[in-house]
Ligand binder design. Structure first.
Ligand code: ADP
Ligand code: MG
Length: 381
């Protein structure tokens, strides 16, 4: 649904004209996987898929929202924000309202129609997109939100952690808030320092959703976290972020083999993110692609969080001319893989994935060609 259609949907639903459109994008992480909980580095970009809210302020302290995706309508009072049942889409909006008020902001009610083309539950962070879009809608409705983009992101994360009850890191909200067209965002997950880095012209990030269930993901995730903590402890470091490649290699033999392999992934992956940022600055897309490949191989062989589906996408992508690099993205075991590809080879790569992936895995892929896009914003209609 485009904005014109959403305006018509709003008029039909609420019997008046909307006054604003607010939006926030989904994201994909280009490199820096399983580094966030080690206080390390990540490099996501915002994608050209958004959650959009077309709305108008109300004179009372009520928020009424219609979801065009779910064909559902809810209303709640800002004086008493109750949680809807677990899994209900409106909890993301309720949570944002709740944390904003707890942070001391005086909110204004509004009517809104919400629609998103960020695939839901695929790992492209439709959740951060709906959170940041809701925050923007409150600003658009006239709530005096004196927040910079980083502060807004931290509140949205708090909504997901504390209200929705999902223990996500800061990356998703940060990039949805602070992304910029044509750029990736380098984030230091310890200090939350960040820096936009230009993406090379003429390349596309092709995202392939493997459509594979992520059954092992939760237990493996907790196990990997514990192994990283053990490695840091044995190396006498606050976190693996504090261990350089050189320092690690000097003491690697002190660690049990499995712990050493897990730590090696994180230590080298942090360095790869720094090298990837340098490559972007130098407009060196080949080096960037090679680092993506090394990241995947490390996640597959050392960290052991890939899957046959993710490996299949990566192998298919690497066999196509004009592909600089390919890797799994996200926590692993399922979800999405990405490839960095010349614009004029997007068709060839898409076709190869559509033909080869089902043959190799028995599953149907979903393919999204993405370009780096602007973070959350709103405008008057
Ligand atoms: P992901 O962030 O990977 O897409 P999550 O499970 O974290 O997956 O978040 C998905 C949830 O976010 C959905 O189940 C829904 O509750 C909410 N959501 C996302 N997009 C929308 C939307 N367009 N409209 C309403 N709710 C949405
Ligand atoms: Mg999410």
């Amino acid at each position: 649904m485009n904005v014109t259609e959403l305006v018509a949907h709003f008029a039909q639903t609420f019997g008046r004209q909307p006054a604003f459109v607010a939006r926030a994008p989904g994201r994909v992480n280009l490199i820096g996987e399983h580094t966030d909980y080690n206080d390390g580095f990540v490099l996501p970009m915002a994608i050209d898929r958004d959650v959009t809210i077309v709305g108008a302020p109300r004179d009372d302290r009520v928020v009424r929202l219609r979801s065009a995706n779910f064909d559902d309508e809810v209303g709640f009072s800002l004086d008493r924000i109750a949680k809807a049942s677990d899994g209900a889409w409106s909890n993301y909006a309720r949570g944002v309202a709740d944390v904003l008020q707890q942070a001391g902001f005086d909110l204004r009610g509004f009517d809104g129609v919400i629609y998103g083309d960020v695939p839901i539950g695929s790992g492209l962070s439709s959740s951060a997109a709906i959170e940041m879009a809701t925050l923007m809608a409150f600003a658009a409705a006239g709530s005096p939100l004196t927040l910079d983009g980083a502060q807004a992101a931290r509140l949205a994360q708090r909504a997901e952690n504390q209200f929705v009850g999902v223990n996500c890191g800061i990356m998703d909200q940060f990039i949805s808030s602070l992304g910029k067209a044509g750029h990736a965002l380098f984030i230091d997950c310890r200090s939350l320092a960040y820096e936009l880095t230009p993406m090379p012209a003429g390349v596309t990030v092709l995202v392939v959703d493997t459509s594979a269930p992520r059954s092992l993901a939760a237990s493996a995730y907790n196990e990997r976290r514990a192994q990283c903590e053990q490695a840091a402890r044995m190396l006498g470091a606050p976190a693996l972020r504090d261990v350089s490649v050189e320092a690690f290699e000097q003491r690697r033999s002190e660690l049990p083999d499995l712990i050493a392999r897990r730590a090696a992934h994180v230590v080298y992956e942090n360095q790869r993110v720094l090298d990837a940022v340098a490559a972007l600055r130098a407009n060196d897309v080949r080096t960037f692609g090679r680092l993506m490949n090394e990241s995947h191989d490390s996640l597959r062989d050392l960290y052991e969080v890939s899957s046959k589906e993710l490996d299949a996408v990566v192998e298919i992508a690497r066999s196509i001319n004009g592909v600089y690099g390919a890797r799994m993205t996200g926590a692993g075991f399922g979800g999405c893989a990405i490839a960095l590809v010349d614009d004029d080879q997007v068709g060839a790569l898409t076709q190869a994935v559509a033909q080869e992936y089902p043959r190799r895995t028995g599953r149907q892929p979903k393919v999204y060609a993405c370009v780096a896009s602007d973070g959350a914003s709103w405008r008057a209609l």
